[in-house]
Design a protein around this ligand. Structure first.
Ligand code: BGC
Length: 771
C-alpha cells in the first residue's frame, strides 16, 4: 500500500470521498494502476491495494509483472490445487487451508487473493481443470464456500472466478458459450450462488467468454440481475485480466473494476460517456464506491502478520494425504510393509521431480518442495530408484518429455520379482491455463513403463500425478494398486510416501468421474466448439449425470475412493415435510438419517454421499444428483449416525416457463452410499408439493388450460357440448388423453366447436393468459 499523510481510509469515509472525487478520479478508480494494484488518489489519501493470484497459494510477483507470470514470486506455501482439495470432501479441512492462505495473503500485504475458481469440469480435457473443484455444482459450491470463509476470516478478500461458464481454455477470450437457461441455472451457476450466498466473497471475477453471445464483462443480466438482485452479492466485480470488451457498457452492466490497467484509455472513455450524457454519473459513483469499500476493508486489518512456513508446510502435507484417492488396491497390496520397504523399486522420474502444481497464473513459488525420493530418504529407506522416462522439468528443457528405451529397460530389469512403485502422470506441458488437452491418455512412455514393470514385478503400485482425470482403461489391469494424488502441492512427495507406508490412510473420493473412454462423455460431442462458438448441447448431462444417463462404463465413478479399512451403510430413514407455497427455499424438507460403521481393522474416514432422483419427472433429469455429503472419521468397529437435511431448493429444478425454482410433487428417490454407483441404501418417499402450473399462452394445450380451474370453466363454457371430448372421466380415456395434448388454439380452426371462435379465444387469452 502506498504511504499517505491522511488518516487511513475507513468504510465510513466512502460517501464523503465520493463527493470530493472528481469525475476523472472516480473513473480512474474503476481500473487498476498497473498489473496488480488498484488506483491510488493521493490527494485524498486513497491508497492502492494489491490483488494477486491464486487459488492454492499466493503468487505475489516480486519484480516485474507478467500475465501468466513466471517472473519470480515471493515464496508461499503451495497447497494441493482445487482438484485435490475437492477430493477431500472435507469442509473443515478446506476451511483450514483457506485460513492458512489468508494468513499468507495478509503477511504479504495483499488485499485480495484471486480465487477460488468454481467453474464446472464440463470436459475432462479442460486445461484448467486442476484449478477447478468438480463436475458437480453441489460439491464445488460447498467446498469453495468454506475455502472463501477461511481466507476471508483473516481479513483479506477473495475473488470468486470465472463468472460464468468458463469451462474450456480453447478460444477462452472470445468464445460464445451457447447454453440453455435450465442448464445454466442448475449446472453452471449454482456453485457461484452457493459461495456468494454463504460466504460473500469480497469480489467476483467475470469470465473472458461470452454467454449466449454477450461478453460476461458487459452482461447486466449476469453481473447485476442474477449476482446482485437475486443472490444479494455485496462486493465488487472485477474483470478477468483483459476481459473487458466495452468498458462503458461494462461499468453500466455492473463491472466495477477493470484489471489490469488500460493505461487510462478506458477511464477516458468512461469520462467521455458521462460528459456526453450516455452514462449516468451515478453508475461511476457506484463502481468507484465499491472499489473504495474494498480498499477500506483491506485497510481495516493492516497490522503486521507473519506466518510460520514450517507449520503451513505441515498443513500442506496433511491436506495432501487427504486429497489422494486410492482407486484400486487388489489383495490389499497397500499399505506396504515398512519392514520390507527398503527393498522397494521406485520407478518414474516423477518420484524425483514431482508434478505438484499447474501452469499459468496459479503457479506458486513453494517455500519447500519434497519429492517422494526425499521422503523415503527422510525415513532412512534406501530405495532403489530408476527414472524410467525423461521429464522436461528434470531435463531443464521444454519439450523434453519423452520415452527412453534405455532408462525403461533399466527400470524393468530392477523391478523383476520385487515390489515396484511406479510414479506416472501428466507432464506439465500436457495441461495448463491457456489451452486444453486433446486426449485423456497418459504419455506412451508412462504407459509402457507401467506395463513392462508390472509384467516382471511381484506387485506393482502406480502413483499418479495429474490435474484432471486420465484414461486408465488401457493399463489399469496391470497395476495391483493405483493411488491418484492429483497435483498435491509442495508436500505431495511426503504425502504419497506416508500413504504408501500406511502412516496415513488415503481418504480422498473422486470429485470427477473417470470414464472408461473419453468418447462416452456426452459433452465431447460439442467440445471445444468451432468458429468462436461452443454449444453445450449435452445440457444438464455433464460428469456422472451424463455417464449415468447413458449407462456408460466408467473406470471409477464419481465419489469413489478406497481406504485401508471398509465401511457399512445401514438403517436409512427418510422423513419428509410437505412443501407449501410459503416454504422458504432454505427450509429443511427432507431429513435422511443412516448409520455408517467402520467394519475393518484400521481407522479411516468415511464419506457418505446422498443422491436424489425423480423417477417420474415431467422434465429431463439425470438418474441421480448429489445433494448431501459429509466426512466421518471412524475407529475400527465404531459406528456413527449421520443426518443430512435437504432444503426445498435442494429438491427443486429450474422451470423454464416459470423462470424459477420448482419442486415437483411425487416420488423422490433418496440413495446413500460410498459413490454415485455404490448406493446400498435407497428409499423412495412421496413428496407432497403443489403441482407446478405453467402460465397460459397462445399455444397452451387443453391439459394446460385444465390446470387453471377458472380459465378451464370459461373455456368449457365457450366450447359448449363439444367439450365432452376433453373429459377424462367420461368417454374414451385414450381419446381424452390424445385431445388433452391439443393446443386450444387449434380447436378454433379444426371445427370441433362453434362456440370457441377465434375472437372468443382471444378474449379468454387476454383474461387468463400471461401478460
Ligand atoms: C486468469 C485469472 C487470473 C488472472 C490474473 C487470468 O488470465 O484467467 O484466473 O486470476 O489472469 O493473473
Amino acid at each position: 500500500m502506498t504511504a499517505s499523510t491522511h488518516a487511513p481510509l475507513t468504510l465510513g469515509d466512502v460517501p464523503r470521498l465520493l463527493s470530493e472525487l472528481t469525475l476523472e478520479e472516480k473513473a480512474s478508480l474503476c481500473s487498476g494502476q498497473d498489473f496488480w494494484n488498484t488506483q491510488a488518489v493521493e490527494r485524498l489519501g486513497v491508497p492502492a491495494v494489491m490483488v494477486t493470484d491464486g487459488p492454492h497459494g499466493l503468487r505475489k510477483q516480486a519484480g516485474a509483472a507478467d500475465h501468466v507470470g513466471l517472473n519470480d514470486s515471493v515464496p508461499a506455501t503451495c497447497f494441493p490445487t482445487a482438484a485435490g482439495l475437492a477430493s477431500t470432501w472435507d469442509r473443515g479441512l478446506v476451511r483450514r487451508v483457506g485460513e492458512a492462505l489468508g494468513v499468507e495473503t495478509r503477511a504479504n500485504d495483499v488485499a485480495v487473493l484471486l480465487g477460488p475458481g468454481v467453474n464446472m469440469k464440463r470436459s475432462p480435457l479442460c486445461g484448467r481443470n486442476f484449478e477447478y473443484f468438480s463436475e458437480d455444482p453441489h460439491l464445488a459450491g460447498e467446498l469453495a464456500a468454506d475455502l472463501v470463509d477461511g481466507i476471508q476470516s483473516q481479513g483479506v478478500g477473495t475473488s470468486l472466478k470465472h463468472f460464468a461458464a468458463n469451462n474450456q481454455e480453447t478460444d477462452r477470450m472470445r468464445v460464445s458459450v451457447e447454453v440453455d437457461e435450465r442448464t445454466l441455472r442448475e449446472i453452471y451457476l449454482p456453485a457461484f450462488e452457493t459461495v456468494v450466498t454463504r460466504a460473500q466473497p469480497w469480489t467476483v471475477m467475470c469470465a473472458y467468454n461470452k454467454i449466449n453471445g454477450v461478453y460476461a464483462s458487459r452482461d447486466p443480466w449476469l453481473l447485476t440481475r442474477v449476482l446482485r438482485d437475486e443472490w444479494g452479492f455485496e462486493g465488487l466485480v472485477v474483470s478477468d485480466w483483459g476481459a473487458v470488451d466495452d468498458r462503458v457498457a461494462g461499468v453500466d452492466a455492473g463491472l466495477d473494476l477493470e484489471m489490469p490497467s488500460s493505461g487510462g484509455l478506458n477511464d477516458g472513455r468512461i469520462v467521455a460517456a458521462v460528459r456526453a450524457g450516455e452514462l449516468d454519473e451515478a453508475v461511476v459513483d457506484r463502481a468507484a464506491g465499491r472499489v473504495l469499500t474494498m480498499v477500506a476493508r483491506a485497510l481495516q486489518h493492516s497490522d503486521a502478520v507473519t506466518f510460520d512456513a514450517a507449520t503451513h508446510h505441515a498443513l500442506a502435507h496433511e491436506v495432501a494425504t487427504r486429497t489422494a484417492v486410492l482407486l484400486k488396491n487388489d489383495a490389499d497390496v497397500l499399505p506396504l510393509d515398512p519392514a520390507t520397504a527398503g527393498d522397494l523399486v521406485v520407478v518414474g522420474e516423477m518420484a524425483r521431480t514431482p508434478r505438484y502444481q499447474g501452469a499459468g497464473s496459479s503457479q506458486v513459488n513453494p517455500t519447500r518442495l519434497v519429492s517422494a525420493l526425499d521422503a523415503f530418504a527422510e525415513r532412512d529407506l534406501d530405495v532403489d530408484f530408476h527414472p524410467g522416462y525423461v521429464l522436461a522439468e528434470a531435463a531443464g528443457k521444454p519439450g523434453q518429455d519423452r520415452a527412453d528405451a534405455g532408462l525403461r529397460a533399466e527400470a524393468v530389469a530392477a523391478a523383476a520379482g520385487r515390489t515396484a512403485v511406479v510414479f506416472a502422470g501428466l507432464p506439465a506441458a500436457h495441461e495448463s491455463e491457456g489451452y486444453d488437452r486433446d486426449h485423456m491418455e497418459l504419455p506412451d512412455a508412462h504407459v509402457a513403463l507401467i506395463r513392462e514393470v508390472s509384467a516382471v514385478a511381484a506387485r506393482t503400485v502406480v502413483v499418479l500425478s495429474n490435474g484432471s482425470a486420465v484414461t486408465l482403461s488401457g493399463w489399469q489391469d496391470a497395476a495391483d494398486a493405483i493411488l491418484e494424488t492429483w497435483l498435491g502441492g509442495q508436500a505431495s512427495g511426503s504425502a504419497a510416501v506416508a500413504l504408501l507406508l500406511g502412516e496415513a490412510a488415503p481418504s480422498g473420493r473422486l470429485a470427477e468421474s473417470i470414464p472408461a473412454a473419453l468418447s462416452a462423455v456426452p459433452a465431447q460431442l460439442g467440445f471445444p466448439g468451432e468458429h468462436g462458438t461452443v454449444r453445450y448441447g449435452e445440457g444438464l448431462f455433464i460428469g456422472y449425470r451424463g455417464l449415468d444417463a447413458t449407462g456408460a462404463a466408467v473406470s471409477y465413478p464419481f465419489g469413489h475412493g478406497l481406504t485401508y479399512t471398509s465401511f457399512a451403510y445401514t438403517d436409512l430413514v427418510v422423513d419428509t415435510e410437505e412443501v407449501t407455497a410459503t416454504t422458504a427455499q432454505g427450509a429443511g424438507v427432507v431429513r435422511a438419517t443412516f448409520t455408517v460403521t467402520n467394519t475393518g481393522a484400521r481407522e479411516g474416514v468415511a464419506v457418505p454421499q446422498l443422491y436424489v432422483g425423480r423417477p417420474r419427472s415431467a422434465v429431463a433429469r439425470a438418474p441421480r444428483e448429489l445433494r448431501g455429503f459429509t466426512s466421518v472419521p471412524l475407529q475400527p468397529g465404531e459406528s456413527q449416525q449421520v443426518e443430512l437435511t435437504l432444503t426445498r431448493r435442494d429438491l427443486s429444478h429450474w422451470d423454464t416457463e416459470l423462470h424459477g425454482w420448482v419442486v415437483e410433487p411425487g416420488a423422490l428417490e433418496v440413495a446413500v452410499g460410498a459413490s454415485s454407483r455404490d448406493l446400498p441404501l435407497v428409499a423412495t418417499v412421496d413428496l407432497a408439493a403443489p403441482t407446478p402450473v405453467a402460465p397460459l399462452h397462445r399455444y397452451s394445450t387443453v391439459a394446460e388450460w385444465r390446470a387453471h380451474p377458472q380459465a378451464w370453466d370459461a373455456l368449457v363454457a365457450a366450447i359448449g357440448p363439444a367439450a365432452q371430448m376433453f373429459d377424462e372421466s367420461a368417454g374414451d380415456p385414450a381419446h381424452a388423453a390424445m385431445f388433452s395434448a391439443i393446443p386450444v388454439i387449434k380447436v378454433t380452426t379444426m371445427g370441433f366447436s362453434e362456440g370457441l371462435t377465434p375472437e372468443r379465444f382471444e378474449e379468454l387469452l387476454a383474461t387468463y393468459g400471461e401478460a
